[in-house]
Design a binder for this molecule. Structure first.
Ligand code: DQA
Length: 140
């Protein structure tokens, strides 16, 4: 299977911002670990990251027929981006929503995701392992 792991706004600064919440490891290091994990299970993975909502939508729109599954951490866009929601709803590739932190145990505005309803599933609260668990969901 071939997967796409997408990271949205502010995620590129993982390891440098709010380390107590998102950990000390950089996104480069996390992506390296994800890549090794996916390949060890005999699958392929690409990565895409952008701070820009429109770029995330455009990328989602290019995934039909290319990927078997997408793991998406949209960052704060999760809570209000109807554009990303529509982009997910408009493709045939299943998307799993991912969060490193337990968004349900944080500020009130983080408890609402406008993406979950159009996603195949959701994994949150396991730090970088949230990505691995979400990917595993596709082949277990
Ligand atoms: C996040 C949670 C979001 O609420 C936040 O805006 C992020 C990261 C997470 O991975 O826990 O940027 O998606």
């Amino acid at each position: 299977m071939k997967f796409l792991v997408m990271n949205g706004v502010n995620l590129a600064r993982t390891g440098r911002r709010e380390r107590g919440v998102y950990g000390e490891e950089t996104l480069d290091a996390i992506e390296e670990e994800i890549g090794a994990f996916v390949r060890a299970h005999g699958h392929e993975v690409d990565f895409f990251r952008s701070d820009l909502e429109g770029e995330l939508c455009a990328k989602l729109g290019q995934t039909d027929g290319v990927y078997d599954g997408i793991v998406l951490n949209a960052g704060a866009y999760t809570h209000y981006s109807y554009a990303i929601r529509d982009a997910i709803a408009g493709i045939g590739v299943p998307v799993v929503e991912v969060h490193m932190s337990n968004v349900c145990a944080r500020e009130e505005f983080r408890k609402k995701s406008v993406l979950t309803e159009v996603c195949r599933g959701e994994v949150l609260g396991f730090g970088k392992k949230s990505y691995l668990l979400a990917l595993e969901g596709f082949w277990l």
